[in-house]
Write a protein of this length. Sequence first.
Length: 111
Amino acid sequence: MVKLAGRWLFWGLSSVGLCYMVWSLVFSDHGYLVYRQEAMQTGMLREELKELLADRERLAEEVLRLRNDPDALEELVHRELGYVYPDEIMLIMPEGRSSEVSGVKREGSKR
């Protein structure tokens, strides 16, 4: 009888221990669910890193182009700062009518 009670005690405690180990494997602070979440976050960060590296490469090429090509620098000054030559005329269009120029339709306008 003592031998039978010892077996039941052994198997009962083993079952409880196994259940605790499975629970902690899945739900603990270092368990499977946290692992999956961190794996997804790592994937998103790697994609963001790829985008940032591509953006950095594009900006480095633009800097080289601006350093070596005076025409590119001139175009940037005209576009960003609004500089014009004395023989040029600058037209400032109102916001609502920027898609139409003197009755001529641009692509995508609904007129």
